[in-house]
Design a protein around this ligand. Structure first.
Ligand SMILES: [Zn+2]
Length: 312
């Protein structure tokens, strides 16, 4: 169900992570989240990191703020895999995927039950199948859709679900020499049990927008207007130009504005991510003004609050 993005036209948000503060040094290790929250040092760093991420998004003027993936440190995924679905127990990698999907589903339902207004989940690389082949040599795009839908089962009755797709950024590099297209798997992506699907449309260009608009007709479409590979900050007018193009194919009632992917895990600084979020809001404000929609307040771009400029 639409929750976080309901009642807002052209809402702005980010997908994935924000850069981890340099002082956030404690990791979960083998502890569960609840065990770690009992430790004063871990709890203080985690809570302060979430607070920092939220404040950065608030002063940029984003409509839907996230925890910036503060819960997701370097150790959590291997540990989860080790604890929840051990190699010894599940020899078969596909069985392991399904067991992991079940474990995640329980956690995500607990999150929705606690009142979380939006849950964004990376899809299991459905769109990568044509480019990289079938995972484990045997999972078709349709199998990966089933896996995603199992992971989110029960969620949409309680909260808004976003399906995150992107073309990756290991060490802020492209995975592929050439820009890849979503088009071969758009029909499969349309089958995911989600309220919104995100598409990388800044870094990899806008070539798929027409096909996306024709195929994804009953879900919200989240377009990336911020490149997660580059440190050069997008200009507001560049963001606005991309949005005008997107609006040729997707009606404003179903268009959501975001980053192409997470900005936090592969080398970008907090300052770059902050400026990029500000550019996203200022660019969206240009288009909002053109459409007669109320603009978002962007405190970060207000010279009255600048710590660096001289008072007039
Ligand atoms: Zn991503």
């Amino acid at each position: 169900m639409y929750k976080a993005s309901s009642q807002i036209l052209l809402p702005t948000s980010i997908i994935g992570s924000l850069p981890r503060p340099a002082w956030h040094t404690v990791s979960l290790g083998k502890r569960s989240f609840l065990e770690a929250m009992v430790n004063a040092r871990w709890r203080e760093q985690y809570e302060d990191a979430v607070s920092t991420h939220l404040r950065a998004q608030e002063i940029a003027g984003l409509d839907i703020c996230t925890d910036g993936d503060a819960h997701y440190d370097e150790a959590i995924l291997p540990e989860l895999l080790a604890v929840a679905v051990t190699d010894d127990y599940y020899k078969d990698p596909v069985e392991r995927c399904w067991a992991f999907s079940e474990a995640l589903n329980q956690e995500l339902n607990a999150l929705a039950d606690a009142g979380c207004p939006v849950i964004q989940l990376e899809e299991p690389q459905i769109h990568m199948v044509p480019a990289r082949g079938k995972p484990f040599g045997r999972l078709e795009a349709a199998d990966l859709v089933k896996l995603f839908n199992n992971t989110v089962k029960g969620l949409r009755q309680k909260t808004e679900v976003w399906c995150h797709t992107c073309w990756g950024n290991p060490a802020q590099q492209r995975i592929f020499r050439d820009i890849q297209s979503y088009q071969p798997t758009l029909a499969a992506l349309n089958e995911v049990d989600a309220d919104a699907i995100t598409f990388e449309t800044c870094s990899s260009g806008t070539g798929d927008l027409e096909a996306i608009g024709k195929t994804i007709v009953d879900k919200k479409v989240v377009v990336g207007v911020i490149d997660h590979h580059t440190l050069q900050i997008e200009r507001a007018d560049q963001v606005a130009e991309l949005l005008r193009e997107a609006l040729h194919h997707i009606p404003p009632e179903r268009l959501v504005i975001s980053s192409d992917c997470g900005m936090g895990r592969e080398g970008m600084s907090r300052r770059h991510a902050q400026y990029k979020m500000v550019a996203m809001v200022l660019g969206t404000n240009i288009v909002r003004q053109e459409l007669g929609i109320a603009e978002a307040e962007c405190l970060a771009a207000d010279p009255r609050y600048s710590l660096a400029s001289r008072a007039p």
